[in-house]
Write a protein that binds this ligand. Sequence first.
Ligand SMILES: [Zn+2]
Length: 242
Amino acid sequence: MIVITRINKNHLFLKTIPVANAGCPLCNARGKMEMTFYQLQLEAGWVRDTKKITASVCCKNCGRDVPVVRWDKELDTFFKAEKKKIKVNTSFKAGKIGKILIWLNILFFGAIFLLFTGMFIYHRIAPKQTAGTGASRDEQIRQSGLFAASPQPGDLILVYLFDDHKQILLKITAVDATADVVKAIASDKNIDVPANAADVPAADADFKQGKETSFSLTDYKNLRVTAPDHKRLGNVQMVYRK
Ligand SMILES: [Zn+2]
């Protein structure tokens, strides 16, 4: 939240000293200049005494304040030299409103911190949650990649078909590395992505004669299902091995 109210600048009087032999830029009288030093204080619900030192110059001859823009080199040099000699105490005091604002800020940013920590922890834990009794989805996908890299007869493949916009389940019946072909048989059951191999609703009776198909072995290893002419037919969603 951080609420910034208007900040007041106060100039705390430190001391007034004569500026020996300096001439007045306004009336040219010499030896009549006095410089007054102040410490800058900032105030806004809290009070902060800063290190910053300011000064004003007054001429006792013409009685006028010499604005900073009219200071000559002599006044500038004198100011810089004197400023270095002055030691000021810096401090910070939170007033009643300031304390309330500080606490509100702590609560506000603390709540944001907790929220982000919570989200971070949640996202670290969430993928580890398992669906049913099986492995996590990330683990399944990793395993599918391994299974696809070395296909075996009996592997169940869940394929998303681009043209039909639907998922089908295939069962590998033969792998012919020489011909670069995987032979499979399709099930006509409509299934969603199951949590693990045991949950795949596939009995031998689901894979009927006449539903045989084949696709490229090389492409299958990259989780793609292609026709013999390598036309993309679909993507491998998941591979199950019982
Ligand atoms: Zn003067």
